[in-house]
Design a protein around this ligand. Structure first.
Ligand code: FES
Length: 103
């Protein structure tokens, strides 16, 4: 499986929360929604907000800077002022680790 990278321990993300992980040039936000891990770029598409500093409610992350929101399952922008999706990544859990597909 080319393109999968090991990003964190499977239990690194607290339940219902978000963390930021930097791997090389990548800055990734990892979300736990009801035990399922989702991954997006950590940088908000609107400005300098980092999603890992935001507020996760259900499957939506609220940016800490201007309260724009994204659906963490798809990266879709769901609330102004964000209108561009954030990149989302396929995730798998294997051997106790979280893996990200860079595609
Ligand atoms: Fe995220 Fe403005 S920087 S909503």
């Amino acid at each position: 499986t080319t393109g999968w990278i090991d990003i964190a321990a499977a239990d690194a993300v607290p339940a219902g929360d978000v963390i930021g992980v930097e791997v090389g040039a990548l800055d990734i936000a990892l979300f736990d929604v009801d035990g399922t891990i989702h991954a997006t770029d950590n940088s908000c598409t609107h400005g300098d907000g980092r999603l890992c500093d935001g507020f996760l409610e259900g499957h939506e992350i609220e940016c800490p800077l201007h309260q724009g929101k994204f659906d963490v399952r798809t990266g879709k922008a769901t609330h102004a002022p964000v209108n561009k999706p954030v990149r989302s990544y396929p995730v798998k859990i294997e051997n106790g680790r979280i893996w990200l597909a860079l595609g």
